[in-house]
Design a protein around this ligand. Structure first.
Ligand SMILES: O=c1ccn([C@@H]2O[C@H](COP(=O)(O)OP(=O)(O)O[C@H]3O[C@H](CO)[C@@H](O)[C@H](O)[C@H]3O)[C@@H](O)[C@H]2O)c(=O)[nH]1
Length: 458
């Protein structure tokens, strides 16, 4: 690949959580493919989650690298080794973790002064990210004139300077999924509900975002589609090489009929009680469906909750994967006919992009809102009946019963509506694919954004 002598340099700083690192790394790779020099900023222990992917892109000639920022564990009273949300095991540890994250502001500022990138893409979870750029560290080429003139932010007219504010780059296509990244807290605080915030009166959500909310935004997703080979898909977000296991369960999936296997995964941070896991297992068994079930390593050992004899009875019918599974690869497999999901935004988009009907089981964060989009607006899934937030509190929460589980999964995979749901989600799948192709809306937004940042004027 021809590399420009002075490419546009963008620093990407994702939150220290898989659900944020994964799409940000995809985004950085997407930008690098357009000639941007992309640098991903992260802490030492998080780099292995994406370093192999980055190395492969570098071998292909793309300008993408990684910069390490020290995580202030000690300063926040955290033990060494806790640098990603999925390692948090208690509420107290969670508070300390977020304290440490907030302490990253000053080191970020120093990095910006040293590196002087043209642009910082900071995670929405770092509300102080934009403030770090206000000091005028960056230079920007003035677009639209024949000669190259660069100015620092401080030298720019206010208008130009302000235009950089509150830039939203969303991992979405032009469907309703677009706006939710920052909604939950606002929604909860305002007491409003989904219908009020997103009226369905013929206007698309993108228009709503841009016109009604007046937010500058570029809708460039679904980002997972930039992983277009098996290696990329299976290593996405994964520090270990799970190739042996991968081959095993992919072969198993190959032996199954189209759309016959239920895939179950609750994302990278959720926590499910032993009693609830027991109900899920019984519900799956009752449905008679084949399944592939991903469990985080932090979940209780199977002998604490797995119904007696489950393993024996489910031989050949199901797999339980402990740890990290290559989700995008699995969802793309034609044997997968349903996805039981906690409605994390990445999983939601990945399910839609793969054209897989969903069984929705929101747990926390903004997931109950995402569920409404899946079940009520897009109508590509059926709710399992989750009624309340659950996090950290074993045994005190309202359980979703095994009957609820059986009912929802059979409705999505076999029921009268199953075909209609499948047709609707298939239509969205193709829409999503078209959006990222050349001339598609996401591709056009990406080009417009890079143009605005001066990619072609440098
Ligand atoms: O075994 C696994 C588990 C997860 N994933 C991937 O990890 C990501 C998980 O992201 P998401 O589905 O968004 O769930 P969370 O990890 O729970 O993400 C957090 O961050 C999201 C983005 O802000 C929010 O929407 C969620 O509510 C919040 O819990 C997805 O890309 C999955 O494909 C895997 O590849 N393998």
């Amino acid at each position: 690949m021809d590399s420009k002598p002075n490419p546009l340099r963008i620093l990407f700083f994702p939150h220290l959580a898989h659900g944020h690192m994964i799409p940000t790394v995809d985004m950085a790779r997407l930008f690098a493919r357009q000639g941007v020099k992309a640098t991903i900023l992260s802490t030492q222990l998080n780099v292995p989650f994406f370093s192999k992917t980055i190395e492969r892109d570098r071998e292909l000639g793309f300008e993408i690298d990684v910069l390490v920022i020290k995580f202030p564990s000690m300063e926040a009273g955290l033990p060494e080794g806790i640098e990603v949300i999925s390692s948090i095991t208690s509420q107290e540890m969670g508070f300390k973790f977020f304290k440490a994250v907030s302490l990253l502001q000053q080191p970020l500022q120093r990095i910006l002064e040293d590196c002087r990138p043209d642009c910082l893409v900071a995670d929405g979870m770092f509300p102080w990210g934009y403030g770090c750029c206000k000091e005028g560290w960056g230079t920007k080429a003035v677009p639209g004139i024949p000669d190259k003139i660069t100015m620092t932010r401080r030298q720019q007219p206010t208008e130009l300077r302000e235009s950089g504010a509150n830039v939203e780059i969303t991992n979405t296509t032009e469907k309703p999924w677009v706006t939710r990244r920052q909604q939950p807290t606002e929604l909860r605080e305002s007491g409003a509900n989904v219908e009020i915030t997103f009226p369905r009166t013929g206007t698309t959500y993108v228009e709503h975002y841009r016109k009604t909310l007046g937010r500058k935004s570029w809708h460039i997703g679904p980002l997972s589609l930039c992983n277009n080979n098996t290696e990329d898909k299976s290593q996405r977000g994964n520090a270990n090489d799970a190739s042996i296991d991968r081959v095993k369960f992919l072969r198993w999936l190959d032996s199954k009929k189209h759309n016959s296997v239920l895939y179950i995964c609750f994302g990278s941070v959720s926590w499910i009680s032993a009693a609830q896991l027991n109900e899920i297992a019984k519900g799956i068994e009752e449905s008679g469906l084949d399944f592939l079930w991903v469990l985080r390593k932090t979940n209780k050992d199977e002998d604490e909750w797995l119904p007696k004899g489950f393993d024996e009875r489910m031989k050949g019918k199901g797999w339980i994967i402990r740890g990290w599974a290559p989700q995008v690869l699995i969802l793309d497999h034609e044997a997968i006919g349903g996805f039981m999901t906690h409605c994390g935004w990445n999983s939601t988009l990945e399910g839609i992009t793969a054209g897989v009907p969903m069984v929705t089981w929101p747990l926390s964060n903004e997931q109950f809102i995402n569920e409404k989009f899946i079940t009520d607006i897009l109508r590509v899934g059926v709710g399992v009946g989750a009624q309340e937030w659950s996090r950290w509190m074993e045994g005190k929460k309202l359980l979703v019963t095994k009957e609820n589980v059986t009912k929802a999964i059979t409705e999505v995979m076999l029921g009268e509506e199953a075909n209609n749901i499948r047709n609707r989600v298939s239509a969205l799948k193709w829409m999503a694919k078209r959006a990222v192709e050349e001339c598609g809306s996401s591709h056009s937004d990406l080009m417009a954004l890079l143009d605005g940042l001066g990619l072609n004027s440098i």
